[in-house]
Ligand binder design. Structure first.
Ligand code: MSP
Length: 519
């Protein structure tokens, strides 16, 4: 039976070029979406850009351009980068899309009419980075903890969404659904935010136009625009056609949000309450990952260590970068990136292990079997072990990917690869082929390693799509992914037809020299 999988990335601010952080979240979603499609699930993958608010108005002013021009430019940069990297998103939403803006206004009116929004004068310390008034807990040494900049004192009359009255309901919901927010550390953080002592008050959802014009106008007061987070979170609904598009019915019940820990609060607290006040079911899970640092330092424009995914693609191929991101970060924990570590991993795992297995298998098939997948004879113990290892790997990959343990899924694939390499060392077809009496055994060995490559390519397809496609093309089954079902087709043995024409090719991952100045 096929399941439904609807997954979202955060929509990215249009004030910077895409970097390693944005790329990571989008890579994990792309991997999951590809896997779910291969598993036969009805899949929708949403990403896009968040374009209103102070931050964008500020950067537009610095550049001497209008907010709309700035948003258009950066949004196009995200979209074209995601396309160049081959991400398989089903929709790229922009919060300046007229359809999105209209629905945000309809929702605001509905929530206002339901009495969930009130008007009040307010004085407090405002951080432009966070786009909100700060509480005592957000401030350390007079500076905003997240942005390390001094907040400004502001007095304003604004509209507020009643959220505090929903805290006890939300805390109860989180208690009763232990994996609603996961991993657990973030669930605990969310519960702590809901405790009275956290000082979290009602949510200010407006900005006076005299201070900020760049936003969606409140339908019930033309002197105000909507707070950017209220507008942005709604993309998860408008992205699948809320309120009356057929995709909304089809996908909303299956929605999975993916974010990093920096935006836990809006997703864990504001969003479920917004959904409740709109009368909609809350999301399935909020999946929260950690933060990447680069060379041990926080990523920042001023340090110039943003790591461009396009530069990584040009230097190493995008699959190598994807591999590093998925292999090195344990979902939920922080990780650090360095180009030297990327080169070492690429050389060890991709060039040596995977690349060698592919080239030696296909070279020997060319040499000893005329370039065609040979017919296997009776399997011996060693062959039966490889078959069992293949189905074991398929099951482990399936379980790991479904629990977002991407590093474990890759570990399982590479352990299987090691088994096949060891098998080849033992059978040593390059020696055995010298004696014509071994012809049967050589054919069995080559069939086994070609079939193992098919399994590896299917299992890698969601993680390293280009590499998997290349391996399948060389195995003479370029269309295998169009009909494959995972995990079953990877766990099943004997799919590759004898007689299929294979081809050799250039090294999949050329070895890269480690720079001299590296540690
Ligand atoms: N526009 C808001 C999100 C609105 S969602 C309704 C926003 N945008 S952002 O451009 O700042 O993107 C933040 C997200 O980018 C993080 O939650 C994460 O997905 C990704 N990352 C940005 N930097 C990151 C790291 N250094 N490490 C890991 N992911 C990070 O917040």
């Amino acid at each position: 039976m096929s399941d439904t999988f609807y997954a979202t990335t955060p929509i990215y601010y249009v004030n910077a070029e895409p970097h390693i952080g944005h790329t990571y979240t989008t890579v994990i979603l792309d991997t999951l979406a590809r896997y779910h499609r291969l598993a036969g699930d009805d899949t929708f993958f949403l990403t896009g850009t968040d374009e209103h608010g102070d931050k964008i108005a500020e950067i537009a002013a610095q550049r001497g351009a209008s907010p709309q021009e700035t948003a258009d430019e950066y949004s196009a940069a995200f979209r074209s980068t995601w396309e160049a990297l081959g991400f398989s998103f089903d929709r790229f939403i922009r919060t300046t899309d007229p359809g999105h803006q209209r629905v945000v206004q309809e929702i605001l009116q509905k929530v206002y009419d339901a009495g969930e929004i009130y008007f009040q004068e307010y004085e407090g310390l405002y951080c432009v980075g966070c786009e909100r008034f700060l509480t005592d807990r957000d401030i350390e040494g007079g500076l905003c903890r997240d942005h390390e900049r001094a907040p400004e004192k502001r007095r304003e009359s604004n509209y507020f969404l009643r959220i505090t009255s929903h805290f006890s309901w939300l805390a109860g919901y989180i208690e009763e659904h232990p994996d609603f927010i996961r991993p657990e550390r973030y669930r605990n953080e969310a519960l702590a935010m809901l405790r009275e002592e956290s000082g979290l008050g009602d949510l200010c959802i407006s900005r006076p136009k005299e201070r900020l014009e760049w936003g969606i106008e409140l339908p019930f007061d033309p002197d105000y625009v909507c707070y950017v987070w209220f507008d942005a979170l709604i993309n998860y609904l408008t992205g699948v056609g809320y309120p009356d598009g057929p995709d909304f019915e089809r996908y909303w019940g299956a929605v999975e949000h993916f974010v990093a820990k920096d935006i836990l609060k809006p997703h864990a607290i504001f969003w479920p309450i917004m959904l409740k006040t709109m009368g909609l079911p809350v999301y399935q899970h909020l999946n929260v990952h950690g933060y990447w640092s680069v060379d041990g330092r926080k990523i920042s424009k001023s340090l110039g260590n943003m790591v461009s995914p396009i530069a990584m693609k040009e230097r190493y191929g995008f699959d190598a970068f994807r591999y590093f991101l998925l292999r090195e970060m344990v979902f939920g924990l922080d990780a650090t990136f360095s180009e030297t570590a990327l080169i070492r991993r690429t050389n060890a795992d991709l060039a040596n292990n995977l690349g060698n297995l592919v080239s030696r298998t296909l070279n020997m098939t060319a040499l000893f079997a005329g370039g065609e997948v040979p017919k296997a004879g009776e399997p011996g113990d060693l062959e039966r072990e490889i078959q069992a290892a293949a189905s074991g790997a398929a099951a482990r990959v399936d379980a790991s990917i479904r629990s977002y343990e991407f590093h474990r899924a890759l570990e399982a694939i590479f352990e299987f690869l090691d088994c096949v390499n060891r098998y080849l060392e033992t059978r040593a077809p390059w020696k055995a082929a010298k004696d014509p009496a071994n012809a049967d055994q050589v054919a069995t060995t080559l069939y086994t390693s070609c079939e193992a490559l098919r399994v590896i390519a299917l299992l890698l397809a969601a993680f390293l799509p280009e590499t998997a496609a290349e391996i399948l093309a060389r195995l003479g089954i370029p269309d295998a992914l169009q009909t494959a079902r995972l995990p079953d087709d990877a766990g099943r043995w004997g799919v590759l037809e004898p007689g299929t024409a294979t081809s050799k090719g250039a090294a999949l991952f050329p070895r890269v020299e480690v720079p001299e100045k590296a540690d």
